[in-house]
Design a protein around this ligand. Sequence first.
Ligand code: SAH
Length: 365
Amino acid sequence: MGGDITALEQRLVTTIAKNGAIPLSAYMDLCLSDPDHGYYQRQNPFGTDGDFITAPEISGLFGEMCGLYLAHMFELSGAPDRSAVIELGPGRGTLMQDMQHVWKHLMPDLVHCPVHLVETSGQLRTAQRTLLEGQVSWPITWHDTTATLPARPIFGIANEFFDALPIDQFIRRNGKWYERRVGLIDGGLGFVDGRQIAADDLQMPPDTSDNTIAELCPTGDRVVADLARHIACHGGAILIIDYGKKGKIGDSLQAVAEHKPVDIFHHPGLADLSHWVDFAALSCQARSAGCRLIGPVPQGRFLMRIGLATRAEQAATDADPQTRRSLLAAIDRLTSPAQMGEAFKVALLVPDGDGLPPGFDENES
Ligand code: SAH
C-alpha cells in the first residue's frame, strides 16, 4: 500500500468530516469487521506469512492440551447428554481440529456433539469449513453472536477472541474524565476528546492522576454475560485465553501488521487491532449471571500444570532431531515468560460452585 490512503480510511475521513468524531469502538469495529474492508474479512492474518501467529498455529500440542482439559471438564460435569462443542473466533479452525483429534482417541462422546462456531468473517468461515468438515460428525453451525447458541450444555474455548472485540477509551484531564473519540487532526485520523463522563459511571478510583487512560469493552462484557447465563442454566465449561490485565486502567490498544507494531491509525483495515483483556471485568459479568470465572493464571504455568512437558517429552521420543528441536522451540514459545507464557492468561467459565479444577491455584483466582 505504501503511503496510499486505504478505501476505508477515505470513507472514515469523509464521514467524520461530515458528522463529527466517532467512538473508538466504532472505529475498531469498522477496521476489523467491515463487510468490505474489515481486517478479518479480507485476508488471512495468521501464521508466519500473516501479521501475527497464535498459539494453535505454533504447535498442535496447544490444541491437544486444551482438548484434554475440556474432556476432563466434560467428564467432571457428568458427561451431560445433548451437549454442544463451541468455539468463539476459531480463526483457521486449527484449534478445533486439534481438539477433535484428541477427543477421537480419548473422549468420543465429545466428537459426537454438534459443533457451534461464533465467527463473523465470511472468509474465515470458509477456511473453517474447509478444514473441519468431514472431521466432525455433525454439520457445523455458525453464529454471528453468542445470543443464538443452542439450549444445551456447552463445552468450548475462546483463544485470542476477546482481544479482538472493540473497546472504548476514556482519559482524565483536570480531574475529569472524557471519552476518547476518533476525529480529524490536520485532515488525518487521530484521537480527540469527546463528551465528559461522570467518574461514577466509569467506577474509577478517585485517586487516578491526570492523563490516565481507562478502557471498557462493552461487547466482551456482553459475550461473557451471554455465556454465563447459558452455563448457569444448562451447564458447561469454557476456557478463555488471551493477553490479560486486571482492571480498566491503562492504554493497551495495539496495531500489528506483518509482525511489527504500527500506529493504530496506520492503514485502517490492513492492520490487526487488539487490546489486553480485562479479566476482572469478565469475572464481574460472570458473577452477576450466576457463574464463576476461575483464574486467570499465566498460560505458561497453566500448560505446565496440566502436563504439557510430559506430553512434549512423549512426542519428542519418536521424533527426528529436527522435529524435536522445533517441538522444544514451540513449547518454549508457548510457556516461557519472555514469550507467551506470562502475558497470556487462562481463565475458566463454569457454573457457580466450590473447589478448583487442575491448572488453577487458590492464590491466583
Ligand atoms: N482463535 C484463533 C483466531 C484468533 S483471531 C486462533 O487462536 O488462531 C480472532 C478471531 O475472532 C477471528 O476468527 C475473527 O474473525 C473472530 N472475530 C473477531 N471479532 C469477532 C466478533 N465480533 N464476533 C465473532 N468473531 C469475531
